[in-house]
Design a protein around this ligand. Structure first.
Ligand code: ZN
Ligand code: ZN
Ligand code: ZN
Length: 175
């Protein structure tokens, strides 16, 4: 049995599940809660179409160091109450009875990105871009990670780190 955290990185594997599927090469990804496996040949988009712009990045800058966050304990997101039901978990339905809130499934809880962990980066032509707390925390755990802007692709930001590269969606916050 693999350790749970080791499952949080995608991996490629020949998969043979009796009566269900047989493939020489499937890509498996898991975030600790949901696992998916896709046939590499038929289902995955071409890497060039997703990450091709990385070749136009002219300058790579070290991603900002992130210190320990007392608010979210480095999770990058915090618990809050559901905005729809106000935390009650209940919904007064037009049918006259009460149901579980459809937004939070009756838990009354929600999560939101930690404001303190939001990272603001200076982009081209003086425009600033924000990376949400959860994304910023995840990126900051990559080894020796740097970021850069590609031509005409803002607000997406490219990432380069020891062993790989990637891209993240940021949000333009103006000059
Ligand atoms: Zn935080
Ligand atoms: Zn109803
Ligand atoms: Zn709710």
């Amino acid at each position: 049995m693999q350790r749970r955290e080791s499952l949080c990185y995608p991996w490629q594997e020949a998969v043979s599940i009796t009566g269900y599927c047989n493939s020489d090469s499937m890509l498996v990804a898991c975030d600790g809660r949901i696992a998916i496996a896709v046939d590499i040949e038929s289902r995955t988009p071409k890497i060039e179409s997703v990450l091709g712009g990385i070749g136009t990045v002219v300058e790579w800058t070290p991603f900002p160091e992130m210190s320990f966050c007392d608010k979210c304990k480095n999770a990058g997101q915090v618990e809050t109450s559901c905005e729809i039901c106000g935390g009650s978990g209940r919904h007064n339905c037009c049918c006259g009875s009460e149901h579980d809130c459809g937004k939070c499934d009756g838990s009354g809880e929600a999560t939101e990105d930690c404001e303190l962990c939001r990272i603001v980066l200076d982009g081209p032509v003086g425009v600033q871009y924000a990376i949400a707390g959860r994304d910023a925390r995840r990126i900051s755990t990559l080894p020796v990670v740097k970021y850069g802007f590609a031509e005409n692709e803002a607000p997406t930001i490219y990432l380069k780190f020891s062993g790989g590269f990637g891209k993240v969606m940021a949000k333009e916050i103006g000059k």
